[in-house]
Design a protein around this ligand. Structure first.
Ligand code: ADP
Length: 519
């Protein structure tokens, strides 16, 4: 199901923008948190290094933590101040209870508060990292507490605490966050604009197809086509195929409309002739002083033309129904093709006059189909052969079939196996190579005058082709050229159980494609 609403271009750009925004967000978050972790780890590593160094250097004077008289006043403080070289760095010594006993004098704001977790860690003789707020500072301080032992014993006598302000880390992360946000937004905006422009160029064939379709709908000019050039690389994309399919569709429509127009013109033309004749004869009849013989002739001619018109109309109706897929359903009965051909030949014999009309049957074939329609098919072919063969010529009707293996007759070609082949060959006027491809088209006549003079409607072969194909068969025309005779060959599937193509009854027939034509 197609859903319409917002334009395809907008939808594509929105989807593309949303996906990009999500990707950028995920990537930025990952980068941000990874960087933050890494910076925090490096703060902890620096604190560890500094605490170890202080422990090493201050350790020997640790007695001063317990007995202040062991160290000169201010000695510890001045030692500690050596470790505080830059702002935001904190050092202080604690006694075993976790009270601050010394911190460098240069430390602005005095000693750091000692969190309960640090006191606990000192009591349990383990190191601990804390992050604590400091009064007056605008950022937290990362604090490492390292217990100090009595030299030569495991007794904890105090602890050293080193701290580092997290302000630089905070400002770095704020700067990185701002950068990621602004760069991400700029990249997103750029990508959306470029995407919008790219989709316009990518979808431009759709716009052209729409414009052409609109133009055709508005003007009915079915000669319009899209310029489609096959790509040099690859097979072509979806839009190439869409455009090519569109052109094909329009070409088919144009062809269909052309043939409809031609059909309408031909039909009117064909109907006008008998009407003119009938009207002429009627006006003759209206006159009082018309001799009886002329009157009879006029009535006869009018009847003939009316009958011809009737045939034309019913033929046209059949073909029109076939076109619409509403062809009258064909009966499905066993038909002996040889017997049927013989019947037609005998009926036509008087009409053949001075032409020799022969029938040759090789092998029997029963087919499943509509006897009346099949008779019409054979009659059309024999009638044409008589019509287009001058007196003294010859017409050969042959039926070659394969029904049961016992009575099998070798078919001419492999494709004839399981098929009945009915041919009507004449020594008549033949068909020129230029006419041959068109003889199955409606109202196509190589020799218009001759066809009309002999009562041809121009629909005989179209009907024959329709009947053959509606029975799952085919028809072909063969001729060596003008005055070299012609052969019309019909292939129909045999209904025998052993045959290869057991009468597969086709769908209710629609008019078949143009049949085969061979030279
Ligand atoms: P028509 O009523 O004119 O015979 P058909 O559809 O039966 O119409 O045949 C179409 C055209 O094919 C004919 O006008 C004729 O030019 C050509 N044609 C058909 N059968 C033969 C044939 N046996 N020999 C030569 N030309 C033929």
């Amino acid at each position: 199901m197609l859903r319409f609403g917002v334009s395809l271009r907008t939808r594509l750009t929105l989807w593309y923008g949303a996906l990009l925004a999500l990707t950028l967000l995920g990537f930025s978050a990952l980068l941000y948190f990874t960087l933050q972790q890494s910076l925090a780890r490096s703060v902890d590593e620096r604190l560890t290094l500094r605490a170890d160094q202080i422990e090493r250097e201050v350790g020997p004077s640790i007695g001063g933590l317990l007995q202040p008289e062991d160290v000169a006043p201010g000695q510890l403080e001045s030692t500690l101040s050596e470790f505080v070289q830059s702002p935001g760095i904190y050092v202080q010594l604690l006694n075993g209870r976790g009270d601050v006993v010394a911190y460098p004098p240069n430390l602005a704001g005095g000693g750091l508060p000692v969190p309960a977790t640090s006191r606990q860690a000192i009591a349990e003789d383990r190191r601990i990292f804390d992050t604590i707020p400091v009064a007056g500072a605008d950022a937290n301080v990362r604090l490492l507490t390292v217990p100090i032992h009595q030299p030569g014993s495991t007794d904890v006598v105090g602890a050293v605490q080193v701290g580092e302000s997290l302000a630089p880390l905070g400002s770095t992360m704020a700067a990185v966050g701002g950068l990621l946000l602004s760069a991400g937004l700029a990249a997103l905006a750029l990508a959306v604009v470029v995407g919008w422009l790219l989709t316009r160029s990518a979808l431009s064939p759709v716009a052209r197809i729409t414009a052409t379709a609109r133009h055709i709908a508005a003007t009915g000019d079915y000669r319009q086509r899209l310029q489609v050039t096959r790509p040099r690389l690859g097979q072509g994309d979806e839009l190439f195929f869409l455009a090519a399919t569109f052109n094909d569709m329009i070409a088919r429509l144009e062809h269909l409309l052309d043939s409809q127009r031609r059909l309408l013109a031909d039909t009117s033309h064909e109907l006008r002739n008998p009407i003119t004749v009938i009207r002429g004869n009627l006006s003759v009849l209206r006159r009082d002083s018309v001799p009886d013989a002329v009157r009879r002739e006029a009535v006869f001619e009018a009847e003939e033309e009316a009958a011809r018109m009737g045939r034309l109309v019913s033929d046209l109706l059949l073909l029109a129904r076939a076109d619409a897929g509403e062809a009258p359903s064909l009966r499905s009965e066993p038909v002996d093709l040889a017997e049927l051909a013989s019947e037609v030949v005998e009926q036509m014999r008087p009409q053949a006059g001075q032409r020799q009309l022969d029938l040759a049957v090789a092998g029997a074939c029963t087919i499943t189909g509509d006897r009346d329609r099949l008779k019409q098919l054979v009659a059309n072919l024999v009638e044409n052969a008589i019509r287009y063969t001058p007196a003294g010529g010859r017409i050969d009707v042959s039926v070659t079939g394969l029904q049961h293996p016992a009575g099998a007759v070798r078919s001419r070609t492999t494709r004839d196996r399981g098929m009945a082949v009915l041919s009507v060959t004449d020594t008549g006027i033949g068909i020129s190579p230029s006419d041959l491809p068109h003889v199955f088209e409606r109202f196509y006549r190589a020799d218009k005058a001759r066809s009309r003079a002999h009562g041809g409607s121009g629909l005989g072969l179209s009907i024959a082709a329709f009947i053959a194909q509606a029975h799952g068969g085919s028809i072909e025309a063969v001729s060596d050229g003008v005055n070299r005779g012609s052969t019309f060959r019909v292939r129909l599937p045999c209904a025998g159980p052993e045959s290869d193509s057991v009468a597969r009854r086709p769908e209710p027939a629609s008019l078949p494609a143009v049949p085969e034509v061979a030279r």
